[in-house]
Design a protein around this ligand. Structure first.
Ligand code: PEP
Length: 257
């Protein structure tokens, strides 16, 4: 059976107290999680240590929303993979569309970060997705194909077990608009084929999450699609009830690998 993966991206939200309270509630409920779904949360950097400590002995893993490609040095304001590893993170999100558009991250920078993340053995979520204009001009596959091939350059078959792809159409992030389950499934199939071309049979084990306005109402239908192996959840992960409802939906879905 394939384990679904549900990860919350808290972005630049919550106070320390709110972050701690959310982590404590998740930790209490995680006791009842069967080993069927991998769950993670990605708080802002400054809350990571507190959240890691709270979730240390739980079934929920903690990740960063970004990291620098370099191991250390004169990079004012940046955070390295070694630093987030040291405080207990096992997960990192790379190439989120907000990093790509607001902070001008290129595919080659994402590729450099990905290689560093894999050397630290992080479960690494690589985000890809097209803008509204790219979808409307029927360039979704071209754009997603380029993001994947350039961001995954040099990654080996042996490393893919640590890789998760998040397909996040930019027009669906934080907008309340979701890709229809069929639209998402279709791009996920395309992504799976690209992964197969690069990694052969090992590609079958890579989870492909959907992200973009996933909530407690639409999660079940999205997660039931054959090629959707989980969700990267932004807004709805800030609220315990809605995030846990998405996790509970994922728990009910059986997928063969
Ligand atoms: C995200 O930022 O990864 C995301 C999917 O956000 P939202 O769920 O709020 O659309």
């Amino acid at each position: 059976m394939k384990k679904l993966s549900v990860v919350g991206n808290w972005k630049m939200n919550l106070t320390l107290e709110e972050a701690r309270n959310l982590a404590i509630r998740l930790s209490n409920e995680a006791v009842n999680l069967e080993d069927k779904v991998d769950v993670g949360v990605c708080p802002p950097f400054v809350f990571l240590k507190d959240v890691c400590d709270i979730l240390k002995d739980s079934k929920i893993c903690v990740g960063a929303q970004n990291m620098n490609a370099e191991r250390s040095g004169a990079y004012t304001g940046e955070i390295s993979g070694a630093m987030i590893k040291e405080i207990g993170c096992s997960l990192v999100i790379l190439g989120h569309s907000e990093r790509r558009t607001i902070f001008h991250e290129s595919n080659s920078l994402v590729n450099a970060k990905l290689h560093t993340a894999l050397t630290y053995d992080f479960n690494t979520i690589l985000c890809v997705g097209e803008s509204l204009e790219e979808r409307e001009t029927e360039r979704t596959e071209e754009v997603v194909g380029i993001q994947l091939s350039e961001s995954l350059k040099g990654v080996t078959k042996g490393q893919v077990r640590k890789l998760i792809i998040a397909y996040e159409p930019v027009w669906a992030i934080g907008t309340g608009k979701t890709a229809s389950p069929e639209q998402a499934n279709c791009v996920h199939s395309f992504i799976r084929n690209i992964l197969k071309n690069q990694f052969g049979e090992a590609a079958q084990g890579v989870r492909i999450q959907y992200g973009g306005s996933v909530n407690s109402k639409n999660a079940k239908e999205l997660l039931s699609q054959p090629e959707i192996d989980g969700a990267l959840v932004g807004g709805a992960s800030l609220d315990f009830e809605s995030f846990f409802s998405i996790i509970s939906d994922a728990l009910k879905i059986e997928k063969s690998s």
